[in-house]
Design a protein around this ligand. Structure first.
Ligand code: SUG
Length: 450
């Protein structure tokens, strides 16, 4: 089938304000690196190098742009008035923590941007996308509207794409996007995907019983949000499964499912503390996907969860290569951690489609708790749908060269939380994003352009 699905890796471009502000309770790296000096330019270039490495494997890569930070429109909705400069000065002097909250480059973790179901799986045959509301963390919740606008700018053709509104309300429907979503399927080797099954994991239930909840760290995704996603994504109800994240996993730093589990096609690798009752889950998946299903479980004895959280072997990209073999793109930290590395090597030696591991340096993102898998949103598309995307986001050789030059021109190589109050950082970001929206032919997606 020449129009068979291709999984496109939509990578978030790291924004010019990338910094370490210690904003995410429950994310160990974010807390530990609070206040350290960041390198926004280095971070953005690490991201571009990862995109190139993935593209060189034969995978289609696309980009999602950063957002404007500090986000002055949010400050205005909180009652600050005057020019942008006056507002930023006042907030820096009187409300330094608020300045940190509106300055994070967290939109780089595009796994959290949305949850997607491809046209092959939906009742109306269109690609459905639900931007994540990211309600649990203030600095992430302010991403949702711009993310929706960016996705609508790219997926604007209503005959093939639906970009929904983020889920409404407050904490009841807290949604963290595809970080808690996994799509598995049986493959016949000819690119046809059969029996697609969607896992929508969650950490707490808004209305349900509360015995098994994490005790120390916040569970970000609610069961009610996951169920709403399955409805909005227009899936047949027997294609959706709703496992609970293990509360002990969350309490030990697995704030998103993708810190302890990753999979694609008929392959799934997970830590035993990723889900409550993972054995029942794996049996359910085996029934729904069939004999080709392969799962590998790391036990606490093989790979203590503390090592998994520090080295992120599960936050790898599992990529289906042309021809059907799979490769794992893992962070360098997993190569350096003997137990994480031994686990990944066991994966390659076992009976499953994964044939190689590529280790990449995304240390700047890792220091905020974001590995290779956090930096990308998987969107399975048909070539005829890729042709209908309205912006220039496919990461080809020419876009790579332009983005590299753009980062080198506009980004600083050193930033501390105290620099967030520097008015020229804001001006530099405005100039950079305005230019980027022209490079990507996105139209006026940012508030400051309207
Ligand atoms: O939401 N870190 C992000 C990391 C997101 C990782 N994504 C996935 N696992 N899919 C978060 O906790 C830290 C920002 C700071 O502390 O400066 C931050 O937001």
């Amino acid at each position: 089938d020449p129009d068979a699905l291709i999984e496109v890796s939509f990578d978030g471009i790291v924004g010019p304000s990338h910094n370490f502000a210690g904003l995410s309770v429950g994310n160990v790296a974010s807390t530990e690196n609070d206040g350290s000096v960041s390198n926004p330019r280095g971070a953005a270039l690490q991201g571009l190098r990862k995109m190139r490495a993935v593209r060189d494997l034969g995978v289609t890569v696309a980009v999602l742009p950063p957002q404007l930070r500090p986000h002055v429109p949010t400050l205005r909705t909180l009652g600050f008035t005057g020019s942008d400069e006056v507002i930023l000065k006042r907030v820096a002097e009187k409300h330094p923590h608020l300045l940190r909250l509106v300055s994070s480059a967290s939109a780089m973790w595009s796994a959290n941007a949305a949850t997607v179901s491809p046209g092959s799986d939906t009742l109306d045959g269109r690609v459905h996308i639900v931007p994540a509301n990211l309600r649990t963390m203030f600095h992430r919740a302010i991403e949702a509207e711009t993310t929706r606008d960016v996705l609508r700018a790219i997926f604007g053709d209503p005959s093939r794409f639906v970009v929904h509104e983020p889920l409404p309300g407050g904490a009841h429907y807290s949604d963290e996007g595809a970080a808690n979503h996994t799509r598995l399927y049986a493959s016949d080797g000819n690119g046809n995907q059969d029996r697609a099954t969607h896992l929508f994991a969650w950490g707490r239930s808004t209305w349900g019983s509360s015995e098994l909840q994490p005790k120390h760290f916040p569970a970000r995704q609610t069961r009610e949000a996951s169920e709403a996603l399955a409805r909005l994504l227009s899936l047949d109800s027997d294609r959706a499964v709703f496992p609970q994240q293990h509360p002990d996993g969350i309490d030990r730093g697995a704030f998103h499912t993708d810190v302890l589990a990753v999979g694609t096609g008929s392959f799934f690798m997970l830590h035993e503390l990723a889900f409550l009752d993972h054995e029942a889950l794996l049996e359910r998946l085996k029934r729904s996907i069939g004999d080709s299903f392969r799962a590998i479980v790391a036990t606490e004895a093989d790979l203590p969860v503390a090592d998994a959280v520090a080295a992120y072997p599960f936050n790898s990209q599992v990529l289906v290569l042309p021809g059907g073999d799979m490769a794992i793109v893992a962070p360098t930290e997993s190569e350096e951690n003997p137990r994480a590395r031994a686990f990944l090597e066991r994966v390659v030696e076992s009976d499953n489609p994964v044939k190689r591991i590529i280790y990449l340096d995304v240390r700047q993102s890792m220091k905020n708790g974001g590995g290779p898998a956090c930096l990308r949103q998987r969107i399975p598309l048909r070539p005829s749908e890729i042709a209908l995307m309205s912006a220039r986001v496919i990461f080809d050789v020419s876009l790579e060269a332009q983005l590299t030059a753009w980062v080198e021109k506009h980004y600083r190589d050193k930033l501390e939380p105290k620099d967030l109050s520097d008015p020229s950082l804001y001006q530099e970001s405005l100039t950079a994003l305005d230019e980027l929206s022209r490079i990507l032919v996105l139209g006026s997606v940012y508030e400051f352009q309207r």
